[in-house]
Ligand binder design. Sequence first.
Ligand code: NMX
Ligand code: MLT
Length: 438
Amino acid sequence: TKSLRETLQDVIPAKQEQLKKLKAEHGQTVVGDVKVENIIGGMRGLKAMLWEASVLDPLEGIRFHRLSIPDCQKVLPSAPGGTEIIPESMLWLLLTGQVPTPEQTRQLSQELAEKGELPVFVEKLIDSLPKTLHPMTQLGMGVAALNHDSSFQAAYEKGMKKQEYWTHTLEDCIHLIARLPALASRIYRNVYKPDAQLAPIDKNLDLVGNYANLLGYGDNHSLTEYLRLYIALHGDHEGGNASAHTAHLVGSTLSDPYLSYSAALFALAGPLHGLANQEVLRWQLAMQTEIGDNITHENIKDYLWKTLKSGQVVPGYGHGVLRNPDPRFIALQEFCQSRPELRESPIIKLVNKTFEVAPGVLKEHGKTKNPYPNVDATSGCVLYHYGLTEFKYYTVIFGVSRALGALTQLVWARALGLPLERPKSLSMDALEKLIKNP
Ligand code: NMX
Ligand code: MLT
């Protein structure tokens, strides 16, 4: 069986050829136009980025290469003793466009476990941070500090050739993904369980098996399986989302993968993006406190209107691209339905009841283009059910996940020789001038 590097080595030349052909034959072909509303509207809808691993359809949702979420659930290997997709198999698919065998998946798990220890200076850095510093800030700092060992940076200083960029980028990406469980669980331990002993990395476990162990939940098989699915599914959501786009932009300057992904994490930390999963839980719990045991559609409706009338967004609803319920939300709901303890969980029941009411209220409110739930409408609530109640930590788990897609693209950007990202900006005066005189 081929290794990940050999598989990539095989698929890269065809992709390089495809890009060369696109440039030569269609460099001047027009595929869309730019409206003023795109320029002042957060570039929504503009087709302006190359992103290899996934494409988002507004109605169907995400496809990782050619595979939808249900396709992935059928073909991607799970962990020994588990049934859910694991991040290693998703990473392999994202990087190579191919479905790995169970043996290839295990090999990758083993490699990640072998590379999973943190350098001592990073442990010391994280241990020195105040408990009150948001876990996402700590994660971004830790990831940036890991660039001390960047293979890409070291080789660049020695004058490596452009053709070698992707191999060093890949080494950094694998090392970074491998170290995320140790980093993210150290932050959890320091902030929430200062007296707990961190487990050593088990070389026989998969990435999330180790992460769950390090968090202190290794004996909870259901939660571990949920984390595997959650982290695999959040891995990539095409390139335009704020975190992935940030990694791509920073990476385009030839910053190494650690610095690029650190920047991405700070985009993920915003409440309109990854922080929404913590916000959803906070909001659903406040709703529960306000309406008590009498959870009726009418009471939920009143609470939704109260949120909207106070000028706040309903967290977990709406999306920049999707115009249907997010298939990731559906997949997590199905996970909940498949487990009796989650079917009976008060917080999951509340999420489900909110889903029955919220789209109608948001349609009547008439502002959002998408009144349906996104993945964050439920993701944190499942963690809460399982006792991982520290909701300021939830986006860190999203951050462990998004590394899969954002780092994959850095490898492809280097293999394809993509240039520095530098769009043209305009002032309002310049825009008015252009409108008068196109
Ligand atoms: N509740 C209330 N109002 C909303 C919502 C919502 N859930 N979603 C959008 N709107 C408003 C939005 O604020 C905007 O109002 P205004 O014209 O006053 O600025 C209007 O509807 C039009 O926005 P859209 O074009 O539908 O949405 P946009 O693409 O700008 O933003 C989100 C997308 C995701 C930022 C937005 O839907 C939102 O704020 N949702 C709540 C936060 C959330 O769940 N974010 C997580 C996204 C997923 N993730 O993991 O990153
Ligand atoms: C994501 O997973 O990044 C979110 O759904 C936001 C997006 O795609 O814009």
